[in-house]
Ligand binder design. Structure first.
Ligand SMILES: [Zn+2]
Length: 262
């Protein structure tokens, strides 16, 4: 019995591992192209920041990057963009690239094609209010379902992966710990994933801000320069400007979910 139970547990663990690899691994290409790094040998790294804008952390990152004349890529959550439009506009004015990272960042909205379609569409609509129509999409939790490619194709979006800066970043450990995680993995062409927000909610990201500074300082000393994801991958960051009014209607203020029934 013990052997049978252990076998069942091992099989369940293997199935869970395979499921994770298939749908959530930063590296899996099982559901279509999902670039997690550039292929060149030049010492360039793309810094990316997910889940914002979230103040004051997004602006602190922007201040630091402006001081160093570095451009980065921000995958932003639509409802947070509507909360902090001026912060997103400032990022654009500073030359950063903004991509779509869903509208609500709610896990359950990433599990069906229908809910995902709403998330993607509303995310694009929120970003249209700051005058951009992104061509880049990063799935929340990097979760891909079989229907995602079709949804993205309808909106002219490409999915972009990357490597997480540190598995414990969400708990905001010491900045040095987060930075060491990045520096251990950084290679020519790396796409690094930081989080300046928390699932589109408010939240302390002071360690992330400090870690990004450490990473920039060290990689600069190591001879790296920093590029945006579109530059790194040689793909467009944006599509043609938003269409005529009514084609993409901004999400109604106060509505928190992209699912009509949620
Ligand atoms: Zn996210």
């Amino acid at each position: 019995m013990v052997t049978a139970a252990a076998g069942a547990a091992a099989a369940a663990a293997a199935a869970a591992g395979a499921g994770y690899w298939f749908c959530m691994s930063p590296y899996s290409q099982a559901l279509g192209a999902f670039p997690y790094r550039g292929t060149g040998k030049e010492r360039v790294v793309a810094l990316t920041f997910d889940d914002g804008p979230n103040e004051p952390y997004t602006s602190q990152i922007a201040d630091f990057l402006a001081d160093r004349q570095i451009r980065a890529t921000f995958f932003q959550v639509g409802r947070a963009v509507l909360r902090y439009r001026e912060v997103s506009r400032r990022l654009l004015a500073d030359g950063h690239v903004i991509g779509n990272h869903s509208f609500t960042h709610e896990f359950t909205n990433c599990l069906s094609s229908r809910a995902l379609a709403d998330e993607v569409r509303m995310g694009q609509a929120a970003l249209a209010t700051i005058g951009v129509r992104p061509a880049l999409y990063r799935p929340p939790w990097l979760l891909r379902i079989p229907g995602l490619r079709g949804v993205l194709a309808e909106h002219g979006l490409r999915p972009v992966s990357g490597e997480f800066c540190h598995p414990l970043e969400v708990f905001q450990p010491r900045a040095r710990l987060i930075a060491n995680g990045v520096l251990a993995k950084a290679r020519p062409g790396s796409i690094v994933i930081f989080h300046d927000g928390h699932d589109g909610h408010e939240g302390n990201r002071a360690s992330t801000v400090a870690a990004a500074r450490i990473v920039v300082n060290q990689l600069t000393l190591d001879g790296y320069r920093f590029v945006t994801v579109d530059e790194l991958l040689g793909i467009p960051a944006y599509q043609a400007p938003p269409g005529p009014p009514g084609r993409e209607t901004p999400f109604p203020a106060g509505r928190r979910s992209a699912c009509p029934a949620a």
